[in-house]
Design a protein around this ligand. Structure first.
Ligand SMILES: [Zn+2]
Length: 288
C-alpha cells in the first residue's frame, strides 16, 4: 500500500515537472524564451539530433554530389482552385491548407523521391529585415522569406503517423526576395485575407480568396538541393527529405510587410526562423 502511494506521488511530481517544462518553452515563446531555440532540446530531445534543419547549403552547381533526377510529377490538384483555404495563425507562423469538396488532395513524386507525397499545408518564415528571414542559406546568403510546403508519405494514414518515420515527410522550400514593382495576384489574395486573422490570439481559421496553390508553389524541375533533415520547429522530427529551390521568387515590400505586421499582435512573430544547424555527416545533393 505504502509502495503504491509512493509511486503515485512520483508520477504526480513527474507530471507537474513535465507541465512546468512545457510552460517554460511555451509555444508563444518559441523563438525568444530564455535560451531561445537552443533550449528546445530540453523539452524535445530530437531537436539536439544529428539530422537537424535548417542548414547552410551550397548552390546546386557547387554541391559536391550532383544528380540529374527525373522530372517531378504532380497530380492536377495543385492547379485546381480549392473550395477554400483554411488559414491559421499560430504562435510561430501563418499556415494555409487547400481544401477540396471532393476530398482530393495535391500530391507529387519524382525527382529524388521513391514514394508519392500528399500536400498537408503551406507556411512561412520571415524576419524584420530584407536580408534575413529564410531558414536555409545558399552560398552564405539568405533571402527575405521562406515558404515550406509540407507533404507526408502517402503510404502512411496521415501526417501524425508519418512524423516518426524516416521517410515520412517531404518539405519543399521556396525563397522569396523583397523587391519593388512585383505583381503576384495570389500573394495579394493571401495577404489581403490576413485582415481576418490579425485579431484574436491563436488558431484563428478563415476562408481566403480562391486561387490554385501552384501560383504560390510552382513546379520547377531543376535548380534545387535535396538532403535528409528535420522539422525546423519542435518536435524537430528527423523525418524530412528537404527539396530547397535556390532561386528566390520576388515578393513586393507591401506583401512582405503584411507578414511582418503580425509582430504587432505577437512580438514572437518578428523573426520566426531557426538558426542554421550542423551538417554532420549528411550529403547534400544538387540538381543544377
Ligand atoms: Zn517551416
Amino acid at each position: 500500500m505504502a509502495r503504491t502511494s509512493t509511486s503515485l506521488i512520483y508520477r504526480i511530481i513527474s507530471l507537474i515537472l513535465l507541465i512546468f517544462l512545457y510552460e517554460t518553452i511555451g509555444e508563444e515563446n518559441l523563438y525568444h524564451s530564455s535560451g531561445g531555440t537552443a533550449s528546445w532540446v530540453n523539452t524535445y530531445k530530437e531537436c539536439g539530433g544529428k539530422r537537424q534543419s535548417p542548414i547552410s547549403l551550397p548552390s546546386a552547381a557547387k554541391a559536391k554530389a550532383q544528380e540529374k533526377f527525373p522530372k517531378f510529377e504532380r497530380n492536377n490538384m495543385y492547379d485546381s482552385i480549392p473550395d477554400f483555404y483554411k488559414l491559421t495563425k499560430n504562435y510561430h507562423t501563418i499556415q494555409m491548407e487547400p481544401r477540396f469538396g471532393s476530398g482530393d488532395r495535391p500530391n507529387f513524386t519524382g525527382g529524388p523521391l521513391h514514394n508519392t507525397y500528399i500536400l498537408e499545408q503551406l507556411h512561412f518564415h520571415w524576419a524584420a529585415e530584407d536580408e534575413d528571414g529564410c531558414e536555409h542559406s545558399v552560398d552564405g546568403r539568405k533571402a527575405s522569406m521562406e515558404a515550406h510546403a509540407v507533404h507526408f508519405n502517402s503510404k502512411y494514414n496521415n501526417i501524425g503517423d508519418a512524423l516518426s518515420k524516416s521517410d515520412g515527410l517531404v518539405v519543399v522550400a521556396y525563397f522569396y526576395n523583397a523587391s519593388d514593382d512585383v505583381k503576384n495576384s495570389a500573394m495579394d489574395a493571401l495577404t489581403n485575407s490576413f485582415a481576418y486573422i490579425y485579431g484574436g490570439k491563436t488558431n484563428v481559421t478563415k476562408k481566403t480568396k480562391r486561387f490554385p496553390i501552384s501560383k504560390l508553389i510552382p513546379e520547377i524541375h531543376h535548380g534545387y538541393l535535396t538532403y535528409p533533415g528535420s522539422l525546423t520547429t519542435p518536435p524537430c522530427s528527423e523525418s524530412v527529405t528537404w527539396i530547397v529551390y535556390e532561386t528566390p521568387i520576388p515578393i513586393s515590400h507591401k506583401n512582405i510587410g503584411r507578414f511582418r505586421e503580425f509582430y504587432k499582435i505577437n512580438p514572437y512573430l518578428k523573426n520566426n526562423f531557426r538558426p542554421l544547424q550542423e551538417l554532420n555527416d549528411r550529403v547534400i545533393i544538387g540538381r543544377p
